[in-house]
Design a protein around this ligand. Structure first.
Ligand code: SF4
Length: 326
């Protein structure tokens, strides 16, 4: 099916994907208001493509202070926010107690704030630092307040690519295993995919269509087992190496192939509000969130300032109805 879809001209893919989106969502386009908060930029994985990580001794190194966390959440609430996306580097010393304290602190101060946090890579790392089993780690994080997990760190779930870009990071098999365990323990997650990675030595794109298809097949297979993915999000690497048309093509193919995932999110962070608006014509039904803070992406030199009003206007311009979600 994937190879057949790839052969279709872009306008045909657009027609099929928009039909599929309308069948599932009618005229509704969803969005949320969340704040991306990084708890540390110290990371021992040192991925080749990442502009965010620093060593412990670097003068830019930080571990987020809880009073700063409180300030950020208060700001989020003041603009109508409901959710935080908490992520960070693989800090060599932060064990489960730090995360339990942080989540409990948030839930005590802000019981209505939804905690979407910690990618599979971070969760596996926390279990190792804490010398706990993966299950025990997840159960304790859930008890402390973790509600769902972002699909970060999936990049492309093909080890040839992962070994080149981030050899110290989780393997494709382990990423899927952590996700499966989360879903089985009642923690839903998103699934992500990043395309357009750079082969730095040869100055060309690293990921092939076959790699991308392998990624989609693995996501679909796990979803058939667990049903735990709530949304699929497609990103492009910064600085962008692929054309916008290729992004749209990939998005439409994902919408048509992932028939067991109801929601497909456009990426305002990498495509801007106009790009995300166009993505709605290629199968996406969700605009994500206004951008309040995005340290990882802005460190690579890209900054979009997008407000809730920008998102609502973009949805209405297409004759659709905006609907806020968690
Ligand atoms: S992408 Fe994540 S795991 Fe890799 S170096 Fe950056 S912060 Fe660390």
């Amino acid at each position: 099916m994937l190879e057949k879809l790839l052969k279709l001209p872009l306008h045909k893919l657009m027609n099929l994907a928009i039909k599929e989106r309308k069948k599932r969502w009618g005229n509704i386009i969803t969005y949320t208001i969340e704040r991306n908060i990084n708890y540390t930029n110290i990371c021992k994985a040192k991925c080749k493509f990442c502009y965010f990580w620093v060593n412990k001794k670097d003068k830019r190194a930080f571990i987020l202070d809880f009073s700063e966390l409180e300030r950020k959440i208060k700001e989020l609430i003041s603009v109508g926010g409901v959710k935080i996306l908490l992520q960070g580097g693989l800090h060599p010393d932060l064990d489960i107690k730090y995360f339990e304290e942080m989540f409990s602190f948030i839930k005590k101060k802000f019981p209505n704030i939804y905690i979407h946090a910690l990618s599979p890579t971070e969760i596996l790392h926390i279990s190792k630092v804490s010398k706990l089993s993966l299950k025990e780690t997840i159960i304790r994080l859930k008890q402390a307040g973790l509600q769902s997990v972002p699909g970060g760190g999936a990049e492309i779930l093909v080890d040839r690519i992962r070994n080149y870009l981030s050899p110290n990071k989780i393997s494709a098999k382990d990423w899927l295993y952590v996700m499966q365990t989360l879903h089985e323990l009642g923690i839903p997650s998103t699934a992500t995919m990043v395309i357009g990675f750079e082969d730095f030595e040869n100055n060309q794109i690293l990921d092939t269509w076959e790699d991308r298809f392998e990624h989609l097949r693995k996501i679909k297979e796990l979803q058939n087992k667990t049903g735990g993915f709530t949304r699929f999000i497609l990103w492009t690497y910064q600085p962008q190496k692929i054309t916008f048309a290729e992004y749209l093509k990939m998005l439409a193919i994902a919408r048509l192939y992932l028939d067991n995932i109801n929601s497909i999110q456009a990426s305002i962070v990498t495509q801007g509000v106009q790009g995300a608006q166009t993505a709605l014509l290629f199968g996406a039904n969700d605009m994500g969130s206004p951008i309040i803070e995005e340290n990882v992406v802005s460190s690579a030199g890209i900054k979009f300032k997008v407000s809730k009003e920008d998102i609502i206007r973009a949805i209405r311009e297409l004759g659709c109805i905006p609907q806020m979600r968690i």
